[in-house]
Every structure is written in C-alpha cells, then in structure tokens.
Design a protein around this ligand. Structure first.
Ligand code: ADP
Ligand code: MG
Length: 265
C-alpha cells in the first residue's frame, strides 16, 4: 500500500551517489520493508542508457518489489531511485524527498513501460484501443495520432491482423504482445519486464521472447526478470542475482551464468 500522498519523506542524506553520473537508471542504497520483513536491503544498481539488465533470483528474493519501486508503484523506505535524472514520484525539499500528490501523473511523465506476468488488458476495448488509450487519454495525442501509433506498434509485435479483436479472443502470447505494444505506446525511456512468459503455455513463450529480443536489440534500456537462462544469456549486458533482498552476484552473462548449455564438461 502506498503511503498517503505528500506525507512520505525519505531522507537522502547517506545515499552514496559516487560514480552514478553515467547512469540512466540509478538505484542507490534502496531498502524496502513489508511490516517487520526487510525484502530489499541496501540495493544499489546502475544501468547505462541502452543497457539490458537481467534480474534473477529465487522466488521471494525481491525482484518484483524492486521493479515496482522503479516505477513508484510502491515507495522506498530508504535510498533513492533516479530514472533519466528524476526521482519518480518525489520532489526534493530541504534534503528530503517528499512524495508528490499526483502519483498517476508523475508515473505517466516518467515514461516507464511495464509488462507483468499477468496481462491486465482492458477487456472491453479492442486491441487497437488498448494500445491507443494512454497516448490519447494520458499523454494528450489526438485520437487519430494515437490510433496510428498503436497500429504501427501492433504491426511491430506481429499483431497487425488483430487490430479490431477483443482481448478475450486472443491467446496468452498474443495478449502479452498487446501488453508490450501498450507499454511501448507512451514512448518509454525504460522498459521493465517481470517474468513476462511465466504465465504462458510453453508453446507461446517464444513469440513473446522474440518481441523482447527485438526491443533489446533496438537499444531500449531494460530491466528484465526472467528464469529463461539461455534467453538471459543472449539479451543481457549484465546479469544481476538477488537473494533474500540483496544483490549477491552481478556481471556478464558468462561470468554469472557460466558458459552456454552443453559447453561445460
Ligand atoms: P520475487 O519477485 O523475487 O519473487 P517479491 O518482490 O515478489 O519477490 O517478494 C519479496 C518478498 O516480499 C516476499 O517475501 C513477499 O512475500 C514479500 N512481499 C511482496 N509484496 C508484498 C506486499 N505487498 N506485502 C507484504 N509482503 C510482500
Ligand atoms: Mg516476482
């Protein structure tokens, strides 16, 4: 649950900001508790523009929570997160970060695209209108321009034949590709993927991974939570392993994940 808007203040003194100037996404000394349970402990992680970070770790290690904090779907208890130079959801006042009143607007302005495990599409809107919704209603593009943008994105994710379909008629893989197009529609500066294929039947996984691959190759800055090791090896510039709320390993895919399957003795 989010703290009341404007009430939450996070001290930024004590945050180590050294060396983050080249970072596009900067997570600094972040901690997060749920009740007595500390689910993230002093997590620091930077990503350069265009870098693809893959986050792995056992269930419960804090991966989803970390993604939620980046988009300020939940508030940090300590530390700070900057995306493209801004504290999403906060303004800095007198050495403290104070939560802004209009969080929905703050999130929209931050232009962070998120794709979750369970595709929460608008079931009463066509595929095209699902993707055109935020550009038109949140970002103020004309309806015509928003729909044209949506059409192009849906063609890009291979759904050009389904513009007028309703979500209920699509497969899980198609729905997840609509979710990706919808996230891309607001011209995101960062894309966050939280196990985008884990709710899919095995035969639908590849079409979604292909779409994510394409995005990685296009230079998008991305944080991707996935358990697909070969996929991680292929797209990641860096693999980061979380255990019990801490980063326990990070490095190039071959350093963290070992060589390709079959290459080890
Ligand atoms: P992961 O995505 O790596 O599986 P999560 O970030 O979902 O891990 O969860 C980390 C820990 O935080 C887990 O112990 C989980 O039960 C707990 N947790 C996550 N969200 C909440 C919440 N809203 N309230 C209470 N506990 C939570
Ligand atoms: Mg998770």
């Amino acid at each position: 649950r989010l703290p009341r808007a404007g009430r939450s203040a996070v001290p930024v003194a004590g945050v180590d900001r050294s060396g983050r100037d080249n970072a596009f996404l900067s997570i600094r000394n972040v901690s997060k508790r749920f009740g007595d349970r500390e689910v993230l402990r002093d997590v620091s992680l930077d990503a350069r523009r265009g870098e693809v970070l893959v986050l792995t770790g056992r269930s419960g290690s804090g991966k989803s929570t970390l993604l939620h904090l980046v988009n300020h779907l939940q508030a940090v208890d300590g530390g700070e997160i900057l995306v493209d130079g801004r504290h999403v959801g906060y303004v800095e006042r007198g050495g403290q970060l104070v939560e802004v009143a209009d969080l929905a607007r703050a999130r929209a302005e931050a232009r962070i695209g998120m794709v979750f495990q369970h595709f929460d599409l608008f079931e009463n809107l066509s595929v095209l209108d699902n993707v055109a919704f935020a550009p038109h209603h949140v970002h103020g593009l004309s309806e015509e321009a928003a729909r044209e943008r949506a059409r192009q994105l849906l063609v890009r994710v291979g759904l050009g034949e389904h513009l007028g379909s309703f979500p209920a008629t699509l497969s899980g893989g198609q729905r997840q590709r609509v979710a990706i197009a919808r996230a891309l529609a607001v011209d995101p500066v960062v894309m966050l993927f939280d196990e985008p294929t884990s709710a899919l039947d095995p035969e639908l996984v590849d079409e979604v991974l292909d779409t994510v691959r394409g995005l990685a190759a296009s230079g998008m800055t991305m944080l991707v939570v996935t358990h697909h090791v070969e996929f991680a090896r292929e797209i990641a510039d860096r693999v980061v392993v979380l255990a019990d709320g801490r980063i326990v390993a990070q490095g190039r895919p071959d350093e963290v994940l070992g060589g390709p399957a079959g290459a080890r003795g």
